[in-house]
Design a protein around this ligand. Sequence first.
Ligand SMILES: [Zn+2]
Length: 161
Amino acid sequence: MKVLHYPDPILKTKAPDIEVFDSDLEDLVEKMIPVMKELDGVGLAANQIGFLKNLFIVQMPKSEVLIFANPKILSFSEELVSMEEGCLSLPGIYIDIPRSKSVKIQACDLNGNKFVMEGRNLLARAFCHETEHLNGKVILDHLSFEDRLKFETQLSSRKAF
Ligand SMILES: [Zn+2]
């Protein structure tokens, strides 16, 4: 399993909700976990490995892997924190992005049971980053048109080698 790199069109496509919670979904998560761990990522969305399903996983340092199917952010704190953020689909690119310090998310587990969780700091950031992936967005979408152009040029010149 490989992580798709921007500008792969799957990364720009909104992932449809999961309707059937079966063993195929467990298999998908089993595929995603080693990819995230091997690349030392904090999170991974299913479309990053080519599956258009509304699911992401996250793993905070020294914690278990958490699974979020059909995630929906319920509320964002007004307090923002800015931090340099990277993405496994945009290797080598880091962008300063202000995000809510805490975020409340609703999702389903692998059995389709709904739960609500509050994430703070890095976890809140991961919730935002991964749900954006599943909506077809990447960190470049946070940039102004001019700044984005610089990164796009950097990416396309790198691809020539
Ligand atoms: Zn990412």
